[in-house]
Ligand binder design. Structure first.
Ligand SMILES: Cc1cc2nc3c(=O)[nH]c(=O)nc-3n(C[C@H](O)[C@H](O)[C@H](O)COP(=O)(O)O)c2cc1C
Length: 134
């Protein structure tokens, strides 16, 4: 079955630590069952997520994520077949945005949603080479 990689950006709605915990618990439980791996860059002003796994599982999961009211302005940045996973050992890694991604002010002005496909893939490629921030 072809592997697919999907990246989107969105804006959290009503963000707090408990909400993020709930998202990650559900994501990790469901993704483990569906062979999905990935990473979620998250902060009060930004979600940027990569999902990788069997195409059907990824598109079905993204369909549920799209309908989730804990975020708004979901912008699909990348969806393509891939031969390798960037986060093979993470059912959903979580990281705050890194200083090399965007300045906070740029995020506020919607920089994430305007990221090109190549930039979005490059962000996660680079993140996958770094240890998860504690
Ligand atoms: C930013 C964000 C990322 C999410 N990531 C995932 C994910 O990777 N996998 C997943 O199954 N659900 C994810 N969810 C949650 C889904 O939208 C949905 O609530 C959940 O899949 C429902 O699962 P449940 O019926 O088992 O509770 C995410 C939600 C948000 C807002």
């Amino acid at each position: 079955m072809p592997l697919c990689q999907l990246i989107y950006a969105s804006r959290p709605f009503g963000f707090n630590a408990e909400m993020l915990d709930d998202i990650l618990v559900a994501a990790r439980r469901n993704n483990a069952r569906k062979s999905i791996t990935g990473a979620l860059v998250c902060r009060a002003d930004l979600f940027l997520q990569i999902l990788e796994g069997p195409r059907l599982a990824v598109t079905e999961t993204f369909g549920r994520i799209l309908r989730d009211d804990r975020h708004i302005e979901v912008a699909l940045l990348h969806c393509a077949d891939t031969s390798d996973r960037l986060f093979p050992s993470w059912t959903m890694r979580d990281d705050p945005p890194q200083s090399w991604m965007w300045p906070r002010e740029d995020v506020r002005q919607g920089a994430a949603a305007e990221t090109t496909t190549a930039q979005a893939v490059e962000i996660f490629r680079r993140l996958s080479c770094e240890p998860r921030a504690e």
